[in-house]
Write a protein that binds this ligand. Structure first.
Ligand code: GLA
Length: 392
């Protein structure tokens, strides 16, 4: 399909209908919305780089504010069962928020989503050392790509449209040796917002030396609205009958455990808070749910991984992915010391949850897990969809 590319004025507000459809020419898309991409300045990084915000308005009622810094979703408005759209994601109103606190709110994550034990791995007989930036249980590891991961760089952004679907192509090159990883890695991530309220993410990368790669998105959801209390009342389904147990450093032991008969069994819908305080070593290590579930999705086709529902608003979401695993993190490290986007309100413990589609943590050190090594000549390609809806 033909993609329209819109020229962006770097510092001015620009509103355009990028779809070129008949209804938008009349100023209205499906459901009365005009699909568009609008760009405006968001701020500056500490080292002086300009950061822009892109607002994607979908014809079906979902609106997303995305910044080129880390590809972060700053705001995500989805309709509730009455049609009222509010912001359902954690984020900050300014760069100071993102650069002072670092909870990966709404961020693209790379090169490696989640943890690599001791910040070390061996590839083709060579051992690589990554600077460590996290130490759960007092045990150091490399988390989410290191001290300056893909969440903390300014990406090149190109607005896109295909019919009534609007999007952004985010691109960056991670140089050889970046955060200790080998190879020049060229990365493209495309966000699409469809008239059917699907946020589709397409990840693509190539390298000139073999390297681990595990890209994901760390958006946090709270279907009652950002800064509206905790997410323990959300009902979750995970289409996975196995998970990867961790040690107290939150590194997988390498075993696959059946979820049957445990608080990790979300194969049927369960409210998140229902079993979170059960006496269970894995829940103790994670401080709650912070684990990786192995999906019943062996062939890499786009398949349903998770479903989320909040009964007071009626909001639903399905997560579909080509990835073999999903990290469910229920905001155990969130605190009420962090400001929200709503004036005068702070966030709170477990104020959001993340469903990060990916390969399992520490795969470069786990011979039994599916490989995360990308080699020159191969193309890394994965897709994830967050499908928003409502039910009674
Ligand atoms: C992931 C990890 C958590 C935590 C968050 C970021 O989801 O699994 O342990 O580090 O990122 O706060």
């Amino acid at each position: 399909m033909k993609k329209s590319v819109i020229a962006i004025a770097a510092t001015s507000v620009l509103a355009v209908c990028v779809t070129g459809c008949m209804c938008c020419k009349k100023g209205e898309g499906m459901n009365g919305k005009e699909a568009s991409v609008v760009v405006k300045p968001f701020g500056k990084t500490k080292d002086g780089q300009l950061v822009h915000q892109y607002t994607l308005t979908g014809a079906g009622g979902v609106v997303m504010d995305v910044i080129d810094y880390g590809g972060k979703i700053v705001r995500l408005y989805t309709p509730d069962r009455t049609g009222k759209a509010i912001d359902i994601t954690a984020g900050f109103n300014d760069m100071a928020g993102y650069e002072t606190f670092d909870p990966y709110f709404g961020s693209l994550i790379g090169r490696y989503g989640n943890r690599i034990a001791n910040g070390k791995f061996t590839l083709d007989s060579k051992t690589y050392t990554l600077p460590t930036n996290n130490e759960p249980g007092g045990i150091p590891c490399s988390l989410h790509g290191g001290k300056k991961g893909f969440d903390a760089v300014v990406w090149h952004v190109e607005p896109l449209a295909e019919g009534e679907t609007v999007g952004l192509k985010l691109s960056m090159t991670s140089p050889d040796g970046d955060q200790g990883y080998p190879g020049t890695l060229k990365v493209d991530v495309t966000y699409w917002l469809t008239p059917g309220n699907v946020w589709r993410i397409e990840y693509q990368a190539t390298t000139d030396k073999a390297t681990p790669i595990n890209l994901t998105q760390h958006v946090y959801f709270n279907f009652k609205g950002e800064a509206s209390g905790d997410i323990l009342d959300h009902e979750l389904t995970l289409f996975a009958d196995k998970m990867t147990p961790v040690d107290k450093g939150l590194i997988p032991t390498g075993k696959l455990a059946s979820v049957k008969g445990t608080p990790f069994d979300f194969t049927t819908p369960h409210v998140i808070g229902e079993r979170i305080n059960t006496k269970n070593e894995q829940l103790e290590f994670g401080g709650g749910y912070d684990h990786n579930w192995v999906l019943d999705n062996p062939n890499g086709k786009l398949a349903k991984a998770a479903a989320l529902f909040e009964k007071t608003t009626g909001r639903t979401m399905e997560v579909w992915t080509t990835e073999p695993a999903i990290q469910f993190y229920c905001g155990n490290f969130m605190t009420d010391k962090v400001p929200s986007k709503t004036k005068g309100k702070n966030l709170c413990y477990r104020g959001g949850l993340a469903l990060e589609t990916q390969h399992s943590p520490d795969s470069p050190n786990q011979p039994n897990f599916p490989s995360t090594i990308l080699r020159p000549g191969a193309v890394y390609k994965t897709t994830t969809e967050y499908r928003f809806g409502v039910k009674e």
